[in-house]
Design a binder for this molecule. Sequence first.
Ligand code: PGA
Length: 255
Amino acid sequence: MGGTRKPYIAANWKMNLDRTRAMDLVKTLKARIGDGDDREVAVFPPALYLADVAAVAQGSPVGLGAQNLHWEEEGAFTGEISAPMLRDISVDRVLIGHSERRRIFFEKNEWMGRKVRAALDHDLLPILCVGETLEERRAGDLEAVIHGQLEAGFDWVREEEAPRITLAYEPVWAIGTGETATPSQANEVHALIRAWLAVKFPGGEVAASLRILYGGSVKPDNAGALMAQPEIDGLLVGGASLKAETFLPIVEFDR
Ligand code: PGA
């Protein structure tokens, strides 16, 4: 991974764990990660537990994120949560456009730019997720799909604020399937994403500094090889982030 990009390991708990287990896991993490100087670690619990987890994580370098947000600040949007509400309970980051939001809940690609905008406007650090399905990859549409998702997500982003965004490349066919993209397959797409950034933000600084995480069946035994790739700056971990026994070895990966 690139020299100045600090490794970022993010735990996407999805709709898993309960209040006690969520708090215990953060306690364990907090005790193990030290001052967080050499790598950034964050957890993305179910929204209902964010405040409890925030209380446990307080005073530690463990970042705390929501799994989604609405772009409006308030209003008649039953079931939704806004950026100011997340800030109100000490949340400092947010996942945007996870493939499960896009595919199971039919969130539109066009919404992602508004969500990124809302996150930036309210001082939340977004992780914008992109990734292709197996059908799209087989049809030769990988590049078009990824570019389309990037175009939508960065629609209202100014060059100087772009480095606050993190990207996650998560091939849909590798999520929760046990099938990981090979480190070189992932690296290739990360390079394609970085090339897109270099065109979108011609100054060059954004492409060089923005971190691109890989996600999709990351496990203790493949974390090191993935992180050894020059374009992979971190990992977005689902299933293996639910237990300290599997998440800590990923956090403590050795290239
Ligand atoms: P997984 O999920 O690690 O369980 O494949 C990754 C994700 O969806 O973020």
